[in-house]
Design a protein around this ligand. Sequence first.
Ligand code: SF4
Length: 279
Amino acid sequence: MDINKKKTDQADKPVRHIIALSGGKDSSALAVYMRGKIKNVEYVFCDTGEELKETYEFIRKLQDYLCTDITWLKSERDFRYYVDLYNGVLPDARTRWCTRMLKLKPYEDFIGDDPVISYVGIRADEPHRKGYISTKPNITTVFPFVEDNIRRDDVMRILINSGLGLPQYYAWRSRSGCYMCFFQQKREWAGLLENHPDLFEKAKSYEKFDPATGERYTWIHGESLDELAHPDRITQIKLEYEKRKSREANAFKGNLKLKDIWDGDLDDSEELACTICHL
Ligand code: SF4
């Protein structure tokens, strides 16, 4: 990809080149892949304050690898402030105020009115995904992995060859993002309970039941974390996950190209998930 061909409308101002890191595998691999290809690249991490410690560890590891500072962006207000502001209504895939207030706003404030090329790690095997495309006219979004046909296996190779490997949470979770993200699958909630019981409790503390209206504010539609945490329910969730994996493995036999697309533990919410959080 010839970066020099990318232009913005504000030719008189120097163009800033920015890679936003989520602490996930694709944005991290993009930072490694683009190293040396762009001059004066800036790396940023939008910290919601509700990230896993494994994410922070991986961002620091990446910073050491890149031998440069990663700018840590944070909203002036924390997640609890916004939950209270929205009267206890938790964010969901439709409203996703958390992404807007805790990720996008700090990112856009950091950019200001400068002409920016924003590099996004959507892969060539993710045609269904949409990147964070800013409506700000001074931001041009580019997708180097799509342009260079970099797929999931390539991303894995980039991370392994760099010595970074994968963030540790991939052992029980399929994507980056806040520990209480509503885009999680139920088996990931079960993973949170097993790996970070304290954070599971913290996520539970955000759920509310209004006895006056009967309204339940839960992370998962129709099920509270208290209900999910019941040992029988956890066993059931794990069994269902194993069955699904086995169904998928059989379905994809003989169609390796399709398997390449779906092998990332994709579920329905993946298409909706915010790329600034989950790449
Ligand atoms: S990771 Fe999930 S909970 Fe966190 S800001 Fe993004 S969408 Fe919201």
